[in-house]
Design a protein around this ligand. Structure first.
Ligand code: CP
Ligand code: NVA
Length: 304
């Protein structure tokens, strides 16, 4: 039976760790070319712009000996030029894996249901599982462990946070969320994360106060206040999130060796100040690099 990679919750803690171990091994052999995907093709179906996801998948497939083709909004126009069903069935006759970045979570779920080949979620409005894997890899790389660590996420309870919270819950990292009213993470996803956290003996806390959230934490995480597709809400969001900026005053409450994480793209002066994101605690480009290794690990498990 084919396996998709749509949500972190579809994978056990042990499976997540096995992805990370594989990603670490791949990183040790960085730049080395393999042939595990020889004769295999991967389609990137993207409805939104991308730097990291697009490039790291294309390069990852190349490094594993496969062929990758990018299909932007102009080419496929999912659900508009033709139905998601027809796209999924057609692509399944040509390629061995579909990596898709979509607006609506339903579209990625439908693609996975109809495709006869594995489907990887390259971001939708609810999840960003590839980012979460790379982040979990980065956390262990920096701290050496998961158990006993605490991560504070300050900002919007969005796609990136949903997947990150679930991944932390699965491997045993405590999570504290702080964001303004009206921007909490989805309660159903929080409930599932809390259940997973119970099994791995860590805690998920959802609150409002950024100072409470970052007190003594090992990791501070931030993402944009306005995600792709929400541009019309920019003025309102910038006002409402103002108190949730990561700056020196807030970061000094964290553990002295805290790391600062951000999935990028970032807006200096909004969700984070330049001195923090470009400062000595920031690991943003390690995260970006690890997208490559973590996604190669996913491709090896799903496609080979
Ligand atoms: N973090 C991330 O997914 O970046 P891109 O949108 O550039 O792919
Ligand atoms: N939350 C952001 C993440 C970008 C990688 C967005 O969806 O635009």
């Amino acid at each position: 039976m084919k396996r998709d990679f749509i949500r972190i919750s579809d994978y056990s803690g042990a499976e997540i760790l096995s992805f990370i171990n594989s990603a670490d091994r791949l990183k040790k052999h960085k730049g080395q070319l393999g042939n595990q995907l020889k004769g295999k093709s991967v389609a990137l179906v993207f409805q939104k712009p991308s730097n990291r996801t697009r490039v790291s998948f294309a390069v990852g497939v190349y490094e594993l000996g496969g062929y990758c083709l990018y299909l932007g909004p102009e080419e496929i126009n999912l659900g508009k030029r033709e139905s998601t069903y027809d796209v999924a069935k057609t692509l399944s006759r040509y390629v061995h894996c579909i990596v898709a970045r979509v607006f609506d979570n339903k579209d990625i779920m439908d693609l996975a249901q109809y495709a006869d080949v594995p489907v990887i979620n390259a971001l939708c409005d609810r999840y960003h599982p590839c980012q979460a894997l790379a982040d979990i890899q980065t956390i262990r790389e920096q701290w050496g462990v998961y158990k006993g660590l605490t991560l504070a996420y300050v900002g919007d309870g969005n796609n990136v946070f949903h997947s990150l919270m679930m991944a932390c819950a699965k491997v045993g990292v405590n999570v504290r969320f702080a964001g303004p009213k009206g921007y909490d993470p989805d309660p159903q996803i929080v409930k599932e994360a809390k259940e997973a956290a119970l099994r791995s003996q860590c805690k998920i806390e959802i609150g409002r106060d950024p100072k409470e959230a970052v007190k003594g934490v090992n990791i501070i995480y931030s993402d944009v206040w306005v995600s792709m597709g929400q541009e019309d809400q920019t003025a309102k969001r910038v006002k409402q999130f103002k108190a949730y900026q990561i700056n020196e005053g807030l970061a000094k409450l964290a553990h002295k060796d805290y790391i600062f994480m951000h999935c990028l793209p970032a807006h200096r002066g909004l969700e984070v100040t330049a001195d923090i994101i470009d400062g000595p605690h920031s690991v943003i480009f390690d995260q970006a690099e690890n997208r490559l290794h973590a996604q190669k690990a996913v491709l090896l498990k799903l496609v080979v």
